[in-house]
Design a binder for this molecule. Structure first.
Ligand code: FES
Length: 69
């Protein structure tokens, strides 16, 4: 059976991709670098980085697959 995951946030900084998306919309920014200046995310294990990139590309905020860096 195929395993499904429920990946919705940067676990290290307890911030959901949905929250990041909102911040980016409010501040009218579109890069991870700019986001990181406003909100501490993706600065520890960085496992969330590929998901944040995908979120910026597609608007998706929930993932059920493992993305590579
Ligand atoms: S999950 Fe985002 S830095 Fe670890």
């Amino acid at each position: 059976m195929e395993r499904k995951y429920n990946i919705i946030k940067c676990i290290c900084y307890d911030t959901t991709f949905e929250q990041m998306k909102e911040i980016m919309k409010e501040k009218n920014i579109n890069s991870i670098e700019e986001l990181k200046e406003i909100k501490l995310v993706a600065a520890n294990c960085k496992l969330c980085l590929p998901y944040i990139k995908r979120m910026i590309e597609t608007g998706q905020t929930e993932f059920d697959i493992i993305l590579d860096k």
